[in-house]
Design a protein around this ligand. Structure first.
Ligand SMILES: [Zn+2]
Length: 273
């Protein structure tokens, strides 16, 4: 899974609490035991009733925390789109093994599942949060959440905020689909975007920069992939273009994984000659 890389780091991941006069909802649920406990404390301190926990996509850093949070807030519904629930079921065992290797006991154990949501909207005190399924982000299927009342988009892993985007789990064609997703977020014209991964001091209101950088990063990674000799070369090109992005390990992963894929494809083609 991590060719050529023995140890790694993981990017800071966001969770979003949206609150109204009496209710609160949570989008994405963290994964480390301590962080999930702190997140629960934060929800409690709002003094609002947590009604819904929503999961954007089938990656552990976004859903593992639902187990302890469901126990702590039993009145809250925990939901995701039906095929996102299916995607979690399909990948959870493989992911759990990997997670165990990476985080050991610090991580919440795999177990809880969101329920399939009916429709594409949930509410906080009657105000809608619209789920939009997008074609591609770091994986597919995946979603973002648009909150019209406050002109906000909670972007899951469709938009990154000064963190190297995870391109190593998708193909060059899918990177083009991801660019369409970035266009879609831009068309919503939000005042605020909460990226799934950002620096702890990142600015959620730096909308234009986030859109421009995510778009440029995907385009330049795709272009560099075409000309790079190998993974190291691709890493060198991208770190020169984005020297201030955090979480370089994700770039390493993306570079090595895409070259693995390219090499696997070309060796498959060999016997045809
Ligand atoms: Zn993520």
């Amino acid at each position: 899974m991590f060719p050529g890389i023995e140890t790694g780091t993981f990017p800071p991941a966001t969770s979003t609490i949206v609150s109204g006069p009496t209710e609160a909802v949570l989008i994405d649920a963290q994964y480390l035991k301590d962080d999930v406990r702190d997140l629960g404390d934060l929800i409690e301190r709002t003094g609002k009733t947590l009604t819904t926990i929503y999961v954007t996509h089938a990656h552990q850093d976004h859903y593992l925390g639902i187990g302890p949070l469901k126990e702590r807030f039993p009145e809250a519904k925990c939901v995701a789109l039906p095929h996102i629930v299916e995607a979690i079921k399909e990948t959870r065992h493989e992911h759990a093994e990997l997670w165990e290797q990476m985080f050991g006991d610090s991580s919440v154990a795999d177990g809880a599942l969101p329920d399939p949501i009916e429709g594409d909207t949930f509410y906080v005190d009657g105000s809608p949060l619209k789920i939009i399924e997008v074609k591609q982000a770091d994986i597919s299927p995946t979603t973002i959440v648009h909150i019209p009342a406050i002109d906000a988009v909670v972007a899951g892993d469709a938009v990154y905020n000064e963190i190297h985007p995870m391109l190593g789990l998708s193909t060059p064609d899918e990177w083009q689909d991801w660019l369409e997703t970035v266009d879609l977020v831009e068309k919503l014209n939000p005042r605020m975007i909460v990226a799934g991964h950002r620096r702890p001091d990142g600015d959620d209101y730096a909308v234009e920069t986030m859109i421009a950088q995510t778009r440029a990063y995907i385009q330049q990674f795709a272009a560099a992939y075409e000309v790079a000799k190998d993974a190291e070369d691709l890493i060198a090109i991208m770190t020169e273009k984005f020297p201030y992005h955090g979480q370089v390990w994700t770039l390493w992963f993306s570079a090595f994984n895409t070259f693995e894929l390219r090499n696997a494809n070309s060796s498959e083609a060999e016997p045809v000659r």
